[in-house]
Ligand binder design. Sequence first.
Ligand SMILES: *Cc1c(COP(=O)(O)O)cnc(C)c1O
Length: 353
Amino acid sequence: MSKFIDSCLGKLEEYVPGEQPQERKFIKLNTNEFPFPPAPEVIAAVSAAEVGKLRLYSDPTCRILKEKLAAQYGVQPENVFVGNGSDEVLNFAFAAYCRKGVAFPDISYGFYPVYARLYGVEPETVPLKDDFSVSAEDYFGKNKAILITNPNSPTGLLLPVSEIERIVRSNPDNVVMVDEAYVDFGGESAVPLIKKYDNVLVIGTFSKSRALAGARVGFAFGDAALIRDLEKIKYCTNPYNINRLSLVAAAAALDAQAYYDEKDALVAETRDKTRAALTALGFEATDSKGNFIFTKHERISGKTLYEALRSRGILVRHLGGERIREYIRITVGTPEQMETLIDKIKEILNSLD
Ligand SMILES: *Cc1c(COP(=O)(O)O)cnc(C)c1O
């Protein structure tokens, strides 16, 4: 870093993304990407004609995409915000709502504390229960912003929307954010709450269940006033935040929802089968409703298993941190990839004898 950087920024700890090796030699099960390609309609939408239009700015209002999102989720376009990945939506939401304080579980998405500190706030991390579940009561009357990932990552555990509603109701003077990055693999969405409460913001993404991680499109649903807050920050920083190709790709993905519903169900089925196979091998695994499995084995540490899989060509995520040191998080790939995974794990366990 240079001597010129602002001293507060210079001290910040950065978020460390999962490895993204650019050569294709790994079975990549480390960052919860979708194992299947985008729908054919999406590939067709990113056409030569659209590339030709790149000389023109993209639509700063994201009108077409907002209208499609509103129709699909049963809300109005003024209840929809679109961001450059849900990471950008989270960034804006932290800027807007978290400077007075923010609370979230001690085990969840590793980006949250980074955003909090970017805006000068030391976050309150609320311990999950011993079984990694969220206790709604822990968030009652917090008097600060609250952020719940549902299903949670890396545990995959689901909190019923009725419990989220209790948190929302007990914090009428603060915004409760619900990060639903994984909701399409078996979760229950909190979007209906936005019609009843003016303090709930539900955040989603095209990265996990719609095969568009590389396009960088995320969204949020909330009361129209909350959406205007996020728009304000967008128009103060980056009005053309979604590029033309990503706008048409995301809109086409919504038109191809049947394709994704079928593939998301296959991912969920593969998850449950793989989890059963792991359990049969002596693994412990949480009841994940995401597109990943969170698991540990008493005979091998999380780090050793991560390294043994890596040396056999499979990348998984070892997140570390005190309570989850022994765990790895495995993204659910294709059924064939999961068979290879199980074979390699058997090989590793046998080599311990
Ligand atoms: C992957 C992920 C995100 C970020 O998704 P993008 O839309 O790709 O920025 C946000 N929240 C959680 C919980 C995630 O797992």
